[in-house]
Design a protein around this ligand. Structure first.
Ligand code: ADP
Ligand code: MG
Length: 606
């Protein structure tokens, strides 16, 4: 079988498929659609993300329901609001020639009464998140007692998110003789249990190896010191001027922080995580879909299953806790026949995880070096040259040409080209000329932070703080306390060492003023907490806790670890901003608050 027609789909659907530009069914579609059309059997389908699962259950469901009836016959459960909306939109597109079709999305964070009203109008298909669906059932706003087809989409993720009880509850309100179609990227025990409890003799489909990664995606890793992560991320972005990427962080907090920092540094970035309001999430997703955001920084849950075409890079800013999650992340790129790159920024202590990922995805990683400053300058320069070369002339400028020509009367073409390119080049050159090599060699057994710990090279500051284990702190608690107090990320406070009544910790030099300022006249639980720069730069720390005065100034170094004067105001590149990243002319707007980047003129991606 090779065409959608052969699979047994009707003309209304085939017409929509033509409109959508789908030429050939994907493997999961080829395997699932005929079975679902021809029988009333339950189905368990394992397929990685991006394989076209929505159409695999969507087309059969659309063909099997009675569009002339207003009874709800199909129920699709999916883990997140974004997916729920995405599936709803897909189904509407698939069913655009099915006159009278009504698909309603049901999810938290929007008006439940509006959703109930839309359903009452006669929704043949409901696409819902489990939480909101359960809510609607308990408030008698929906009748699912006549459901004939239920779909559990991204079943593994729904269970991961703790929706097991809700799913049990919802399914208990549906008829026992309905068909259940379960779709999942992985088959952990919990999913197998659901299949066993709710399904009768299901037909099973596995597409590819269940965790295998798409052939269109290549995998790269970059070994850096943990505290150079952010610098590394920026370089990867700068080295890929047309990047359109999803950047994964492990926690909501890191996600927010990295996105904010990128925006501050002049990138078109946005955050997507569960602590944002629905409205903020919609704004960010819309901007991303329209390619107005080049770097979508997201948590795994928020980005699960998100289908945006043309994502060029997935960047693992931090590796996921579970190795399997990597497959989902990298599946955000290399979709719909395009190629993509999945990049991982790792520190020494995590590098062995790369090996376990390789085993799971059955692909090898390339170890790559973070590009150095001059390489980035070159890439940026050539990207600009190509852009200028491909630019269509805007004749609105004709009326100014006389004065411009006058100005350049004595400038030769050669000189003019040099000048034009210098405008851009100088920004990046000034920014990167003294940048350091961020790469760590795999061979050495100690990474740089460790060397520094032993008293070698030093661009971090060690502090003394007058609380210790007597005050209930161990190193982890103290690290959390400092991170929270200073609003820093997990890599920003390091080498935390607690003693009885005092402790030590390190931060980058550039954070020194912030740290000292925060703990000036600072009281915690009624007592003064005092932080000072420690003279002891090594790991041992001072044991007596005395003689702390006079050390405050410590050794001062100019610039940050990149050798780049950051936040110090002495950055004088032509278009530079104070955050240290050379700003593009087109981005030179005044406002840099969150979301302000959305409407900014953006660079074209091709
Ligand atoms: P999954 O649920 O497996 O992650 P989706 O259903 O979201 O995958 O599909 C991924 C993308 O591929 C969507 O943009 C979808 O429109 C597209 N797609 C699905 N089936 C086909 C096909 N047969 N040919 C081309 N594109 C397809
Ligand atoms: Mg899907």
């Amino acid at each position: 079988m090779s065409t959608f027609h052969d699979l047994g789909l009707n003309n209304d659907l085939l017409q929509a498929i033509t409109d959508l530009g789908f030429v050939k069914p994907s493997e999961v579609q080829e395997k699932a659609i005929p079975v679902l059309l021809e029988s009333e059997r339950d189905l368990v389908a394992l397929a990685q993300t991006g394989t076209g699962k929505t159409a695999a259950f969507g087309f059969p469901m659309l063909q099997k329901i009675d569009i002339n009836s207003r009874t709800t016959q199909g129920l699709i459960l999916s883990p997140t609001r974004e997916l729920c909306l995405q599936i709803t939109n897909e189904l509407k597109a698939y069913g655009k020639y099915c006159n009278g079709l009504n698909v309603v999305a049901v999810y938290g964070g929007a008006s439940i009464t509006d959703q109930a009203r839309d359903i009452k109008r006669g929704a043949q298909i409901i696409v819902a998140t489990p939480g909101r669906m359960k809510d609607m059932i308990s408030r008698n706003l929906v009748d699912i007692t006549k459901i004939e087809y239920s779909v559990l989409d991204e079943a593994d993720e729904m269970l991961n998110m703790g929706f097991k009880e809700d799913i049990n509850d919802i399914l208990s309100h549906t008829p026992a003789d309905k068909s259940t179609w379960l779709f999942s990227a992985t088959m952990p025990r919990e999913v197998a249990a659901i299949a066993k409890d709710f399904m009768h003799n299901p037909h099973e489909i596995t597409v590819g190896n269940k965790n295998e990664s798409s052939n269109n995606v290549s995998h790269e890793y970059y070994l850096v010191n943990a505290r150079d992560r952010y610098q590394a991320l920026k370089r990867l972005a700068d080295a890929n001027p047309d990047i359109f990427s999803v950047v994964f962080c492990r926690t909501k907090r890191d996600t927010q922080k990295v996105a904010e920092q990128l925006i501050e540094d002049g990138y078109n970035a946005g955050a997507l995580h569960g602590d944002l309001s629905q409205n903020q999430r919609d704004l960010v997703m819309n901007a991303f879909r329209k390619n107005q955001i080049q770097m979508l920084v997201a948590t795994d849950v928020a980005a699960r299953g998100i289908d945006v075409d043309d994502v060029t890079h997935v960047i693992n800013y931090q590796l996921p806790d579970e190795v399997e999650t990597y497959t989902h992340r990298s599946g955000r790129t290399g979709r719909a026949g395009k190629t993509g790159v999945s990049m991982v920024i790792v520190s020494k202590s995590e590098v062995r995880k790369i090996k376990s990922i390789e085993r799971i995805i059955k692909k090898e990683f390339d170890k790559k070096d973070i590009p150095n400053g001059m390489e980035i300058c070159e890439v940026q320069l050539m990207s600009l040259a190509n852009k200028i070369h491909n630019t269509e002339i805007n004749h609105e400028i004709d009326k100014y040409l006389t004065s411009i020509n006058e100005l350049f009367e004595d400038t030769s073409k050669e000189e003019l080209i040099k000048k034009v390119f210098s405008v851009e080049f100088t920004r990046f050159f000034n920014y990167y000329q003294k940048s350091k090599d961020l790469n760590v060699s795999e061979g050495s057994n100690r990474d740089e932070s460790e060397r520094e710990f032993k008293g070698g090279k030093n661009d971090s500051t060690r502090y003394f703080i007058n609380v210790g284990s007597k005050d209930g702190f161990d190193w982890m608690k103290l690290k959390d306390f400092l991170k929270d107090q200073l609003n820093l990320g997990r890599d920003d406070v390091f080498k935390v060492e607690t003693k009885d009544s005092f402790s030590f910790f390190n931060t980058e030099n550039e954070l020194r003023e912030q740290v000292l300022a925060h703990f000036t006249d600072f009281k915690h639980e009624g007592r003064f907490v005092n932080v000072e720069v420690s003279e002891n730069r090594g790991g041992g720390g001072r044991r007596d806790g005395k003689k702390r005065s006079g050390s405050k100034g410590g050794e001062r170094r100019g610039g940050n670890k990149d050798g780049r004067p950051r936040r110090s105001g002495d950055f004088k590149a032509s278009n530079g901003d104070k955050s240290g990243r050379p700003k593009r002319r087109s981005e030179g707007g005044d406002s840099r608050s969150n979301n302000s980047n959305i409407s900014r003129p953006r660079r074209s991606r091709r």
